[in-house]
Design a protein around this ligand. Structure first.
Ligand code: GLC
Length: 738
């Protein structure tokens, strides 16, 4: 849906008449959003009735949403409906795999379908707007919020951003199963210094233009009706008060006609950044930078309530204030709220329990798994050949951790843990022994989210680790295979969850090594979103299962026993150690490229697993790379084709990836850049010709030498294969037409 979709004249006229009738206080009210938690928040009824609130977030109970909406529509002077928002990041009642896992599917259609389910469940409860997708490129795994995005690459990130916007918004925001998408956090938040959440980001314009901004542009082009600004300072100017970002790039250069919102209290907090003098100055600086709506923690935190005084003092222009109000009212009109402000009663009951949603969540999880190691083809397991299986680890039976962070209306009782999935799959054929093994250590600094539903942590599991490890060893010795479910608890990753280590928390490493040492074939099922460091331990198989959601255990069992074949690929570089961070594949070449492998004298400089890597239960071969023309003109698109063959004995999925490398030009370009991919399913022996069109648009880049977008006359290398170190190569030259 294009968010610039023109409103029917009658609605547009109604908005203009409303704006003309609104007092400055009511205009400031429309631009104010408050948190209302189910427990503990100050009531906002009075604010709403007085026209001092335009949006609410975190109310999730359908009847409470309706009650607050009635106050706005029936008690306030102008009866303008509220817009209700929540972080519906990867599902509402049906929880899908976390976003980084969905990106690992490299399957935009599956991602779109997942967010369409999330939108249907959310809108049925009366919610209209989600603060998603998070489109921040993340190249530092110390930064916990990498879990919420699509990894390190701007092209993959852009494809996933657009797919999520389409899933949430569809073609008509007034539909009963769609909601406003709010891509976030504009911009550069993933480049936080040291991976420390909220720390400053300092990025050149070419890094911003070539890496961090493209996923936002893709989301806008897909029609996103809202954008959230980031907390941190970008090049010394807080993103929430950054005119260059919000007005010059987003609104003027890209033509964004939706509305922008601050992150929680980040307009108020401009004073904390030593940027604004006080709250009133913060409100002026934010509005004048292009911010349209303030997400305040609670009414008493609001700074936008000082806008009427700023208007009277001539510190803000009436036209800017009206523009912000118009943007908000237009999106409310696109949602159909002026004619139908209330959710259909009991729609939630019907929609949230839809079995088809659970199936979609299971399929999404199955497509997200990345097989990192499978020595001796230990996977898939054949249940008929098993007498006993040991399922070990503190995350094996943790429903709360299985669904990951940013979940609010989940039902832990419904979540299928890995243990439950394995038990269910082996019922009647093999014995399953579960051993927790070790406790999950707790964070040194309890997350300030811990008491907010959805960030609540799993019940503390504390066992005698020594005895637990001994019991795990005994169980493994007495089993045909040991399945270890290890990783990070869900509150160790996500917002305010940066970490200075990639080690397995607690004594999980010891547990892993002790079980491997028994000689029983060991399969590590990694419940994590960071590239955790296994310190050289080598279980026979490693399957990255992420935080797989409500149906996670069933999906994991289907993969472990071969009912489905893992086909996911890494959306980030898997470093050997934290000392290599940051390490991403699309880096520049140096004057000593051959020494790249040993850029540290003490450790191999290559990653443990490269970006785009993932194994299968079958194998694939590439041949016949065909470059459609050579040379081509500066503005010509180029057809590229390759043949991929399933050379194994079972059907499987392969993600065919296209990378380019520009050999010379106005600026140096990365050794490789992803510019196309397609996930294909091939039967044993089947070959498929996969075709790409490498557009001129995709070849251009922002040059800090030319200080603008350029497409050079140059020679490109082309690489096609199953990951970012693909060796099948070709070249083509771009020559200006004479
Ligand atoms: C949080 C996050 C943002 C989220 C918002 C509302 O602090 O930074 O991503 O959407 O507040 O929950």
């Amino acid at each position: 849906m294009s968010q610039s979709k023109v409103l029917p004249a009658a609605l547009a006229d109604r908005i203009e008449r409303l704006i003309a009738a609104m007092t400055p206080e009511e205009k400031a009210g429309q631009l104010s959003q408050f948190f209302v938690f189910e427990r503990g928040s100050e009531p906002v009824d009075e604010e709403i009735a007085a026209g001092r609130a335009g949006a609410i977030l975190f109310v999730r109970d359908p009847s409470e949403i309706t009650r607050l909406q009635r106050i706005a529509v029936e008690e306030s002077r102008l009866g303008i409906p509220l817009i209700f928002a929540l972080d519906v990041i990867h599902g509402l009642r049906t929880i899908f795999p976390v976003p980084i896992a969905m990106a690992a599917s490299w399957d935009p259609a599956a991602v779109e379908a997942a967010q369409a389910v999330a939108a249907a469940e959310a809108r049925a409860t009366g919610l209209h707007w989600t603060f998603a997708p998070m489109v921040d490129v993340a190249r530092d795994p110390r930064w916990g919020r990498m879990i919420e995005g699509a990894g390190e690459d701007p092209y993959l990130g852009g494809i996933m951003a657009a797919a999520q916007v389409r899933g949430f918004q569809g073609d008509d925001l007034s539909s009963a199963d769609r909601m406003v998408a709010g891509p976030k956090h504009l911009a550069g938040y993933g480049a936080a210094l040291g991976g420390r959440d909220y720390d400053e980001a300092d990025l050149s314009e070419s890094e911003l233009r070539n890496v961090y901004l493209p996923p936002f542009k893709a989301a806008i082009d897909a029609g996103a009706a809202n954008i959230m600004c980031a907390y941190m300072t970008l090049n010394g100017v807080p993103a929430t008060g950054n005119h260059w970002l919000i007005t010059e790039i987003l609104k003027e250069e890209w033509g964004f006609s939706g509305f922008t919102v601050s992150d929680a209290n980040s307009a108020h907090d401009l004073a904390k950044h030593n940027f604004a003098r006080d709250g009133a100055d913060a409100a002026v600086r934010a509005l004048n930078a292009g911010l349209d709506m303030e997400m305040a923690l609670e009414a008493h935190d609001s700074v936008f309530n000082t806008l009427p005084q700023a208007l009277a003092a001539g510190l803000i222009e009436p036209a800017r204030l009206d523009d912000a109000v118009r943007r908000v009212l237009t999106v409310k009109a696109q949602l159909g709220l002026f004619d139908a402000p209330y959710a259909e009663p009991d729609a939630a009951v019907r929609v949230l329990d839809e079995p088809a949603h659970r199936d979609a969540a299971r399929r999404a999880a199955e497509r997200s798994f990345v097989l990192l190691r499978n020595e001796g083809q230990v996977l898939p397991l054949d249940p008929r050949a098993l007498r006993k299986v040991a399922v070990i680890g503190p995350l094996a039976d943790s429903a709360r951790d299985t669904i990951g962070p940013w979940v609010f209306d989940h039902d832990n009782a419904e979540t299928v843990t890995v243990l439950a999935g394995i038990r269910d799959h082996l019922a009647g054929t093999a014995e399953v022994e579960h051993v927790t093994g070790v406790s999950i250590e707790q964070r040194l600094n309890p997350s300030f989210f811990d008491d907010i539903p959805g960030f609540d942590i799993a019940p503390l599991v504390s066992v005698d680790d020594d005895a637990g490890i001994a019991a795990a060893v005994a169980a493994a010795k007495d089993s045909d295979v040991a399945l270890l479910v290890l990783g990070e608890a869900q509150n160790m990753i996500g917002e305010a969850a940066s970490r200075s280590s990639l080690d397995l928390p607690g004594r999980q490493q010891e547990l892993l090594e002790a079980v491997i040492a028994t000689g029983t074939p060991t399969v590590l099922l990694m419940m994590a979103a960071r590239p955790l460091d296994l310190k050289g331990a080598s279980p026979a198989a490693v399957l990255q299962i992420w935080y797989p959601g409500t149906q996670g255990g069933t999906a994991v069992a289907n993969a472990v026993f071969g009912k489905i074949v893992p086909g996911g690929k890494l959306p980030f570089t898997w470093v050997r150690s934290i000392g290599q961070v940051p390490l991403h594949y699309a880096r520049m070449v140096t004057h000593k490229p051959k020494e790249r492998e040993m850029r540290y004298w003490n450790e191999d400089g290559t990653p443990l697993f490269p970006f785009g890597f993932g194994l299968s239960y079958t194998t694939f071969a590439y041949s016949d790379l065909v470059i459609g023309a050579d040379p081509i003109g500066l503005v010509d698109d180029l057809a590229i084709a390759v043949t991929v063959t399933n050379t194994g004995s079972v059907a499987g999925d392969e993600v065919v990836q296209l990378y380019i490398h520009q050999r010379h030009g106005s600026a140096a370009r990365p050794v490789r850049e992803l510019k196309g991919f397609e996930r294909v399913t091939l039967a044993p022996g089947e070959s498929r010709v996969v075709r790409f069109v490498l557009s001129a648009e995709r070849r251009r880049y922002w040059s800090s030498a030319a200080r603008g977008w350029v497409a050079d006359a140059t020679t490109f290398d082309v690489f096609v294969g199953g990951d970012s170190v693909a060796s099948l190569a070709g070249t083509f030259t771009v020559a200006p037409k004479d």
